[in-house]
Design a protein around this ligand. Structure first.
Ligand SMILES: *[C@@H]1O[C@H](CO)[C@@H](O)[C@H](O)[C@H]1NC(C)=O
Ligand SMILES: *[C@@H]1O[C@H](CO)[C@@H](O)[C@H](O)[C@H]1NC(C)=O
Ligand SMILES: *[C@@H]1O[C@H](CO)[C@@H](O)[C@H](O)[C@H]1NC(C)=O
Ligand SMILES: *[C@@H]1O[C@H](CO)[C@@H](O)[C@H](O)[C@H]1NC(C)=O
Ligand SMILES: *[C@@H]1O[C@H](CO)[C@@H](O)[C@H](O)[C@H]1NC(C)=O
Ligand SMILES: *[C@@H]1O[C@H](CO)[C@@H](O)[C@H](O)[C@H]1NC(C)=O
Ligand SMILES: *[C@@H]1O[C@H](CO)[C@@H](O)[C@H](O)[C@H]1NC(C)=O
Ligand SMILES: [Ca+2]
Ligand SMILES: [Ca+2]
Length: 474
């Protein structure tokens, strides 16, 4: 489409060719601007000073020929005389946008002329006038001491820059300073940080580094902001839960009904050796026969269904609640006792008195303990009530033996409490051992095997080293 002015000129050109001269046949529109009715003022930087003339609108009519009037506008002034457009308020692309408009109404200075509206568009060019702003000033990050060097640590550190394009594009960096050598920035666009030095909870528990965010304008100064990253080094979870014993033993009657608590020799307990973490553990039991169950928290073992076998060997597992990769195991052996024959065990005697020469070799059995007609002899276990550095008792055979050289000069007599346990029952006997001077008495000590074979059932005391069966001799 040709503008009205162009049309006129074209006609004029044709007339000129035909008649050798040109007379404007139509009246040109005095309200036109450069052949149109819209003005574009381009490339106005948002930081242009107030009062600066940014454009002169080129109307066809002279001041006397046309009457111009600017519509209300807060940013620009249009002078009807000079046709100059002046900035009257601070521009900001970020809040006002990229294009601002105002209208100038134009009327030819005749009584019956119509009013024409000229739209003036001002196109704003961005200036890097906003710095990156971090979402918070201080970021916190927990980092385990066992994070390997080279591993990436993704943080939620982020800054925003509201300028468009390069003016708002951010690159992050670690500001050089104390502890900055521990880290290296892996991705400057995102805040991915690589560990550059190994951590040690014992050496360094917390550190603060500064992170910068810088925008990337093409031809303008960059703007930078800083935030702090506070790192807390955590003690690593590098140990698995440990049970107090590798093997626990328990017993229960063959008549036990579901819910009956299994009598376990030592409380089943597993703890996390990582002291500062000390995570709680959960117990579980591997029981293919589904006869027993364990309380996940207390470790208490209960009967789920009446046991039918004589013994059960089960695996107990303790899993760290917050990390299922960390677990410990122990064995639980449960003996099922016959309710018809299980009764309190009874020693052959309540008190045993014996004299042994101080020269008695180590590992010599000096007495074999036994209980009276006991139904299930393999379920009785013997033990010293308090452990001794000199004597020991075989839990199964009841053999009491010397495990360290006796010394007449140091201690002449020893009193031992020996227990016989069957299920929930325990009996106790006292054994008084007198050490005799080797010069006075030099008896021959029989072999251990002989004692067990010959004397076990009766519970008798070996006569070769026995002084008295029932009477105290001191
Ligand atoms: C309009 O024209 C008249 C007479 O030619 C003149 O006196 C007047 O000043 C003009 N008005 C404007 C606004 O230029
Ligand atoms: C109008 O703008 C021109 C340059 O475009 C300038 O020479 C003139 O001084 C300006 N007039 C006023 C009144 O500012
Ligand atoms: C760091 O660990 C502490 C203690 O466990 C916790 O209170 C805090 O919320 C953690 N901080 C972060 C950022 O995960
Ligand atoms: C981090 O910046 C603050 C100022 O904002 C300064 O006091 C401190 O020393 C800087 N720390 C490091 C590790 O650069
Ligand atoms: C990373 O560690 C090496 C030494 O192992 C050091 O030379 C380098 O400067 C460290 N990088 C940063 C960014 O501190
Ligand atoms: C106990 O003995 C009684 C009678 O001797 C018998 O009926 C019962 O089955 C036995 N119980 C068990 C659990 O062996
Ligand atoms: C045995 O020990 C008791 C005290 O433990 C002591 O009174 C007694 O004299 C000792 N007997 C002998 C024979 O050494
Ligand atoms: Ca801007
Ligand atoms: Ca910016």
């Amino acid at each position: 489409m040709l503008s009205k002015n162009m049309e006129n000129r074209l006609i004029c050109l044709l007339v000129m060719v035909a008649m050798g001269s040109c007379v404007d046949l139509t009246t040109a529109d005095l309200c036109e601007v450069d052949g149109g009715y819209e003005v574009f003022i381009r490339g106005i930087r948002e930081n242009t000073q107030i009062g600066e003339v940014i454009y002169t609108i080129n109307f066809a009519g002279t001041p006397g020929q046309i009457i111009l009037q600017q519509s209300a506008n807060s940013f620009f002034d249009f002078d009807a005389q000079t046709r100059n457009v002046t900035i009257k308020a601070e521009l900001d692309r970020e809040t006002q946008g990229e294009r601002l408009k105002f209208t100038v109404s134009c009327k030819v200075n005749t009584s019956n002329a119509a009013t024409v509206d000229i739209t003036v568009n001002v196109l704003i060019v961005d200036v890097n006038d906003n710095r990156p702003i971090f979402t918070v000033n201080t970021y916190y990050l927990n980092i385990s001491e066992d994070v390997p060097v080279g591993k990436n640590i993704v943080t939620n550190i982020k800054a925003n820059d509201i300028d468009p394009g390069q003016n708002g594009q951010i690159l992050y960096d670690i500001v050089e300073g104390q502890y900055s050598e521990y880290f290296e920035i892996e991705d400057k666009v995102k805040t991915v940080i690589r560990l550059n030095k190994s951590l040690d909870y014992e050496q360094l528990k917390t550190m603060t580094i500064n992170i910068s965010a810088k925008d990337q304008p093409m031809n303008e100064p960059t703007l930078t902001s800083m935030c702090q990253l506070v790192l807390t080094v955590l003690d690593a979870d590098d140990s698995s839960p440990e049970f107090t014993k590798k093997k626990y033993t328990g017993s229960v009657l063959n008549t036990a009904t579901p819910g009956t608590i299994v009598n376990v020799n030592v409380k089943i307990l597993a703890t996390d050796p990582d002291v500062t973490i000390n995570a709680p553990v959960e117990y579980s039991l591997y029981d293919e026969d589904n006869v027993f169950e364990i309380d996940g928290t207390s470790g208490e073992v209960k009967v789920k269904q009446t046991p039918t076998a004589k013994t059960y060997s089960l695996m107990v597992e303790a899993i760290q609640v917050d990390n299922s990769l960390r677990k410990g195991t122990a064995l639980l052996q449960i003996q099922v006792l016959d309710s018809n024959t299980t009764s309190p065990p009874q020693f052959e005697r309540n008190n045993y008195y014996l004299s042994v020469p101080e020269s008695t070799p180590i590992l010599t059995t000096i007495l074999t303990l036994s209980v009276k007609d006991y139904g299930m002899d393999d379920t009785v276990t013997f033990a010293l009530r308090t452990t001794s550095s000199i004597f020991d008792v075989n839990p199964h055979s009841g053999d009491l033996m010397v495990k360290k050289s006796l010394d007449y000069e140091t201690q002449r007599n020893h009193t031992l409490q020996i227990t016989a346990t069957s299920g929930t029952y325990t009996a106790t006997a006292t054994v008084k051992v007198t050490v005799s001077d080797v010069n006075d008495n030099n008896p021959s000590i029989p072999q251990k095997e002989e004692i067990v074979a010959a004397q076990r059932q009766s519970g008798a005391i070996l006569t070769t080293i026995m002084v008295s069966l029932s009477e105290p001799f001191y």
